[in-house]
Ligand binder design. Structure first.
Ligand code: GMT
Length: 376
């Protein structure tokens, strides 16, 4: 059944926006009509698709409002678009404010439109602890027609923290295999960055928020670098960037740490990398791990949140305890010094993604959920 689906997400850089946008694109390729309703055009939308539409939420700055009422403007836009375009359902990413806005839109419409809410993490693992928000998050979840979470762990955390009986369906994130694959002949790109052939390339990508523990990444790299010629690529931007630059200066490793800022074609960049580090203290899934593995880059991650559902310890990478930078360095050095094991980990990573996280499989799961909602 071809559906008309409204999708709301945070459109700026971030895993949830990436998943929502990629899902929308893939659903459009399957013939569904997709309406993004967001504050700006999702950054991954890229090219033109005849059956994808974008509806911008505009917030008027009336002086009577102390704060511009974005949430009300969003709810109102959702209702307007749903009515005009005869949407079958709203798929919202994040409980607050998006699920709550969808509930309000549904009430405004007095309609049978269905709401699917996908939980991505921060709404539960950070905001869920804020007593001024937790009841609102629970409300958004319980008033949705269906709720998914990007990992089993996030489902459990949500149930425990919010004490909700609402069924939460775990649906893992996915990668588009046409975008994330290993490019061969990447020595030119290495040269561009001044990376020598004998140097190992370690990468970290994030929004540089404190939960990502960038300092641990830099500390671990400084230990690895003592044992083998290597470079660290730091990709992304965010609040901890200045502290990271300072740490790199203090450790006197400026020549070997490359700050690349936000980058679009990470598939190409991953293709010059040998190892990816994600040493967060909170991570409901870790989409970047999947993207790296799809490009044949083994990963080391912390044993928290949804990361154990992505990394197969000892096969596609390793897991360490939060803050144990010595263990990160030990595991990285032993892997990078052993060509045969590294090659095996590379192959295992690509296979693991193909077998478990391919877009086709996960998009079909979402389609089934949509169909059951619309039919039910
Ligand atoms: O990691 C972030 O800080 C961004 C955040 C987001 O809103 O995009 O990522 C969350 O959603 C991603 C997609 O489902 C997950 O891969 C990330 O693990 C999750 N981040 C956290 O749980 C901290």
């Amino acid at each position: 059944m071809k559906l008309k689906i409204g999708i709301t997400c945070y459109p700026t850089v971030g895993g949830s926006g990436v998943v929502a946008t990629e899902l929308g694109k893939l659903l459009a390729e399957r013939g569904h009509e997709i309406h993004f309703i967001a504050s700006s055009i999702p950054f991954r939308l890229g090219k033109f698709y005849p059956n994808i539409f974008f509806h911008e939420v505009e917030v008027n700055q009336y002086s009577v409002f102390q704060y511009p009422p974005y949430d009300l403007a969003l709810a109102s836009k959702m209702a307007e678009v749903a009515k005009r375009e005869k949407l079958d359902l709203l798929h919202v990413h994040y409980a607050v404010p998006h699920a709550v806005c969808a509930v309000l839109a549904k009430q405004m419409l007095d309609d049978n439109i269905k709401i699917l809410t996908t939980l991505h993490g921060t709404d539960i693992t950070v905001l869920g602890y804020d007593p001024s928000l937790s009841e609102m998050i629970k409300f958004g979840i319980e008033k949705s027609d269906a709720v998914t979470a990007v990992s089993h762990q996030l489902k459990e955390d949500t149930e425990q923290l919010l004490k909700t009986q609402k069924e939460i369906i775990p649906v893992h994130n996915f990668v588009d295999e046409r975008v994330y694959y290993r490019r061969d002949n990447n020595s030119e790109l290495k040269k561009t960055y001044g990376i020598q052939d004998d140097e190992k390339v370690i990468v970290h990508i994030s929004n540089f928020r404190p939960v990502k523990r960038i300092q641990d990444v830099i500390k671990a790299f400084s230990l690895i670098r003592k044992e083998m010629p290597s470079k660290l690529l730091l990709i992304g931007n965010g609040p901890e960037l200045t502290v990271a630059c300072e740490q790199v200066r203090e450790l006197n490793i400026e020549d070997d740490v490359l700050f690349l800022g936000k980058q679009e074609n990470v598939g190409e960049l991953f293709s010059i990398c040998d190892l990816k580090l994600l040493l967060s203290e909170k991570e409901s899934f870790g989409l970047v791990l999947l993207e790296a593995m799809a490009c044949g880059v083994p990963v080391i991650g912390t044993r928290i949140g949804g990361i154990p559902e992505v990394i197969v310890d000892g096969e596609t990478g390793y897991m360490v305890e939060v803050g144990d930078t010595a263990a990160v360095a030990d595991k990285a050095i032993s892997l990078l010094k052993n060509d045969e094991r590294h090659r095996r980990f590379r192959e295992n990573s690509v296979r693991h993604v193909r077998e478990n996280f391919l877009s086709e499989k996960i998009v079909s799961v979402y389609e089934e959920i949509y169909n059951s909602l619309v039919k039910g």
